[in-house]
Design a protein around this ligand. Structure first.
Ligand SMILES: [Zn+2]
Length: 312
């Protein structure tokens, strides 16, 4: 819930007065709290003097802490990169609570006192953390240390997520998304080919493509991440099979040796959605398509969602 709220906020998709006015001409876009300013998303969650009181009762001086914010996306990035996990999750919960209170007022109900809004956020956060710490880990696997959600790499490293797609009777696809420590996309790529290799070969080809793109960027420290346990296990073991797959593995290892630091990481499918999306992205061309410092809109949603899951 909180995640999808923030995700919409980052995409500028909250139904604030200003956003509604774009769709409905007859709407009054004035902030329902202060009744003075036009209600943009930033106004509703940050700039409104009455909202600043809510932040104050949470013990957060927004002006001192954040200064001038121009977009929710900017604010979210700042909140993620400047605070530890617990500060950023509290920040997220308070935003969500402020927005819920705003919806009450918007629909003619009475708003809550600032302290009540903050208490509600804190209570919800505690419940949420308790519930998630009780989650039962999936059984039947021996993937010690493997993670389920996408995690940003440490500062100075770049994470290269790769994935394969198979198009029945048509060909295969390879997807790559390279992100920095803030989770920003620096390269996104897709390559579709007519060959119908088996899935391991395509996964390996995607890995080679990912590393070649990272190499072209000139970065030195790379984490190659795939949801193919087979490929990551082979790369970690260093035992190259005597097959066509082995040739592609050798190619990956050669690319890998060009970096100062390379590691191979297995992630569950849920943490590899962005690369999965790229591998399946509009199979209309057999050329390699590369996006620099951005990614297609369809993937941007997944990237934001990955960023949110890094919060908690
Ligand atoms: Zn206002």
């Amino acid at each position: 819930m909180v995640r999808s709220f923030l995700w919409r906020a980052c995409r500028g998709a909250l139904p604030s007065g200003a956003n509604l006015l774009r769709r409905v001409e007859s709407i009054d876009p004035t902030c329902c709290r202060c009744k003075v300013m036009v209600e943009t998303d930033i106004h509703a969650l940050f700039e409104c003097p009455l909202v600043q009181r809510i932040w104050e009762s949470a013990g957060i001086d927004v002006d001192v802490e954040w200064g001038h914010i121009t977009s929710m996306e900017e604010w979210t990035r700042m909140a993620i990169s400047h605070g530890d996990a617990s500060t950023s999750s509290r920040w997220a919960m308070i935003n969500w609570s402020i927005w819920n209170d705003r919806n009450d007022i918007f629909h003619g109900r009475e708003g809550n006192a600032p302290i009540t809004i903050v208490e509600c956020a804190d209570r919800y956060r505690v419940n949420y953390l308790q519930a998630s710490s009780q989650e039962i880990p999936p059984s039947g696997t021996n993937l010690v240390g493997c993670h389920q959600n996408w995690k940003a790499p440490p500062i100075g490293s770049w994470k290269v997520n790769v994935d394969a797609a198979m198009f029945e009777g048509v060909g295969s696809g390879m997807g790559v998304v390279i992100r920095d420590h803030e989770g920003s996309v620096v390269r996104a790529a897709v390559q579709h080919v007519r060959q119908r290799w088996n899935v391991d070969v395509i996964e390996a080809k995607a890995a080679a493509l990912g590393l070649s793109l990272a190499y072209q960027m000139g970065v030195q420290s790379v984490i190659l991440e795939s949801d193919s346990l087979q490929i990551i296990s082979i790369l970690k073991s260093g035992k190259v099979p005597l097959s066509y797959l082995g040739n592609v593995i050798t190619e990956i290892v050669e690319w890998g040796s060009k970096f100062n630091c390379i590691s191979y990481s297995y992630v569950r499918r849920s943490g590899n959605e962005a690369a999965h999306g790229m591998a399946h992205y509009m199979p209309i061309s057999f050329l390699t398509r590369v996006w620099v410092d951005m990614c297609p809109d369809a993937i941007a949603d997944i990237v934001s969602s990955d960023l949110m899951s890094d919060f908690f």
